[in-house]
Design a protein around this ligand. Structure first.
Ligand code: ATP
Ligand code: MG
Ligand code: FE
Length: 347
């Protein structure tokens, strides 16, 4: 079954073609980052309008790349949430219009399920069950995964997401959005041990996270260095490293706890922050000590992309799940309310 996947939940227009026999055939991404840069954050109305401009040309582009035509498409998956309502509506409208015109089934899929399943697109995909750490711009969650749509929430952030914390720390250090990769690059020049930042909520039991205190700690450190007149490039790198080490250490401690608590030996990491090299290697060292292993997607499939939506949609469309006539757009949508693939979805 050849599936067209469409991602428009935020500021990235992602499109891909996935075939359940042949795998991923083509994918394309357009990032709106430069357009939003002048405003210091994503402007929802501008995001929607840009998705309108880019989406159909990208659909045509992946078809050409894969050597297919529109009539080869056998199903369409789009991100139905969570995300910006206007941006979601663009993807949903195009998906439903194309599906209606081509006479093929259409399904709205969950953006975080897309992230969660992205490592399945790689060689050596993880087998169920596993523990997943979802670490993105809007989410930090630990989930026990027994199958597609079988999600038990083990813990989550009570305030900021890990990616959001990276983005805010970046701003404090005078770096552009998205901050994660920039903080990570700066941290490579940092001096190990120059600062030690707190590991929030690691000294008590449980699998929840909190990153807002770390953000305040970072701000205070930056301000103190600024007042002392020492906030040069080296000092900024030292702060970036201390911040990154604290986030990575905190995530690693909670992941170890989740593996021990569930008895799972497989850990999947997904979402933009899972591209972080320091996080990947810390988790690999931790998992190895427990006799387990870590799975993640290639960096371009850690952040938003159409391939993960095409993949997640293919699993559910092949199982017979599809939308009714209505476009589904759900800005807030808990992932543990999704049906398992075995059960056809009703709208
Ligand atoms: P959500 O998926 O929760 O709706 P989102 O789609 O905005 O949010 P993603 O696209 O999954 O999030 O990831 C973007 C986030 O990942 C940004 O916060 C970015 O700073 C962070 N990020 C990307 N690369 C890295 C990296 N190498 N190190 C740390 N953070 C990173
Ligand atoms: Mg994004
Ligand atoms: Fe995302």
């Amino acid at each position: 079954m050849l599936i067209l996947g469409i991602e428009t939940s935020c500021d990235e227009t992602g499109v891909a073609l996935y075939d359940d026999q042949q795998g991923l055939l083509a994918h394309a991404l357009y990032s709106q980052i430069d357009m939003h840069a002048d405003y210091g954050g994503v402007v929802p109305e501008l995001a929607s309008r840009d998705h309108v401009r880019k989406l159909l040309p990208l659909c045509d582009q992946v078809l050409v790349q894969a050597g297919k035509t529109r009539s080869d498409i056998e199903g369409i998956a789009y991100t139905a949430g969570p995300g910006l309502i206007g941006a979601l509506m663009v993807g949903g409208s195009v998906a439903h219009a194309l599906g209606f015109a081509l006479g093929v089934p259409v399904l709205g899929v969950h953006h975080m399920e897309g992230h969660l399943l992205a490592p399945m697109l790689e060689d050596n995909p993880p087998a169920f069950p596993f523990v997943a750490l979802l670490v993105s711009g809007g989410h930090t969650q630990l989930v026990r995964v027994d199958g597609i749509g079988e999600y038990e929430m083990l813990g989550e952030s009570v305030d900021d997401a890990a990616g959001e914390a990276f983005d805010k720390a970046a701003k404090m250090l005078g770096l552009d959005y998205p901050g994660g990769p920039r903080v990570a690059a700066l941290a490579e020049k940092g001096t190990e041990g120059r600062y030690r930042f707190p590991r929030p909520m690691t000294d008590r039991p449980g699998l929840d996270f909190s990153f807002s205190g770390l953000k305040t700690f970072t701000l205070n450190t930056v301000n103190a260095a600024s007042d002392a007149g020492t906030l040069g490039e080296q000092e900024k790198a030292d702060i970036a490293l201390a911040f990154e080490a604290a986030v990575v250490d905190t995530l690693t401690i909670k992941c170890r706890r989740a593996l021990q608590q569930t008895g799972c030996l497989r850990l999947v990491i997904a979402g933009g922050v899972s591209a972080n090299k320091r996080l990947r290697s810390a988790l690999e060292v931790m998992a190895q000590k427990l006799g387990g292993s870590v799975f993640y997607a290639r960096p371009e499939f850690c952040t938003d992309n159409g391939a993960m939506i095409a993949y997640a949609g293919a699993q559910r469309l092949s199982a017979g799940q599809r939308d009714g006539e209505r476009i589904v757009a759900v800005p807030r949508w808990p992932m543990n309310t999704l049906p398992p693939v075995a059960e056809p979805r009703q709208n």
